[in-house]
Ligand binder design. Sequence first.
Ligand code: GLC
Length: 480
Amino acid sequence: MKVLFVVSEVYPFMKTGGLADVAYALPKALRKLGIDIRVIMPNYVSIPSKYKERMQKVSEFTVPVGWRNQYAGLLYLEEDGVPFYFIDNEYYFKRNEGAYGYYDDGERFVYFSNGVLEAIKHMGDFKPDIIHCNDWHTAIIPVLLKENYIFDDIYKNIKTIFTIHNLKYQGIFGKEVLGQLLNLGENYFSEDKLKYYDGISFMKGGIIFSDVVTTVSSTYAEEIKTSYYGEGLHGLLNEISYKLYGITNGIDYDLFNPRYDKEIYFNYDENSSSDKLKNKDQLQKRLGLCEKVDIPMIGIVSRLVGQKGIDLIDNVMEELINLDIQLVILGTGESRFEEMFKYYAGTYPNKVSANIFFSNELAQKVYAASDIFLMPSQFEPCGIGQLIAMRYGSIPIVRETGGLKDTVHPYNEYTGEGNGFSFANYNAQDMLYTIKRSIDFYYKKDIWNNLINKSMREDNSWKKSANMYIDLYDKLIWRN
Ligand code: GLC
């Protein structure tokens, strides 16, 4: 079985969020299970040079973008046992900052999508049975395949699967994009195709035109069929629910392992979890927090945006400060949240540490040092932070939504069940109550150690979920 996994970002080449972690770990897990899966992404200028130096040119060709033909180079590199292809074009991908957010993102990802389809002619023996697309940047591929490529023998039998990592970002553009970039007729501006209010939605195209749609947890797969979470597509998602599956993400257990992690101060595992405290001690020193090991440290590693529930925290910040806790924040996002955290860190430097940047190294230290990991998301397709936190024995407090609900089960003091804490309504007081409740248990050392132990032993590796993808791939191919 041959699968081409198409994605706009992959760790360690380019990462802006959890998508990049999945795009690294899932193909790696699938290859271990014997699937010939290869990954293709844009050759961004900012990919570190140590990888660029190892890339080999496979081929050159042209890619249609509207009435123009643009150059493409196809580059190749193997990393951690996974073959990667890169579509090279400086005009589109030589930009200084990050992967997205440019005025011509629509054109850039139409170019990339057509580039991927053209590249399939240049991959030698590797003729994919399945193209696996991810998020809006690649959602137009199933549309273009069915409209422009399917008549060619190489493409005739290719099946498509589209994974939604976040329904909120749809790739919405003016309808002129149909003719100017996509070479699609006016008839695509209709409710059963790409039309989305006055424009067109690439995400909608991916949902309608791919053979199977997946999303990254079973709860989110249900939630997006409702108007609250459906981003205007809930009607459609109900209609296509016969081909919609929720498969919960895992994390890479080699990459995220407190026993071997080189970024943390002291390594530990579930049998030596008391060494976790040494990490806390060191991090308190580094961040200038009060050096006392018996204060619960709450970690937040997150983009500081509405989706992540930061406004709930904002709402009860004063009350939080009054508790005997330490708060460590790492991440960037909306300036109102960045400023808010900076203000509290400035006013209470012993209690609050606001690290308004992103650093992999510090992130690992926060997972290892913190006692509690706070993730009160408004919506969360899967969430990766809570999975890493559990692996490092930091007990998650989450709102019961999406993947958070599927992976964190609230502690029940009567039965001893559960691996974390959670609250149902998107409400700051409920969150505050849950934080207080968790702190009560933090001081009951038997219970707390038990929780640490349990969460560290959870299996959130990719093994189970990778097998679920294989079942889906199998089904798709068997339908022929
Ligand atoms: C997006 C979602 C997040 C998910 C990730 C990987 O970033 O917001 O919940 O974990 O994609 O699928």
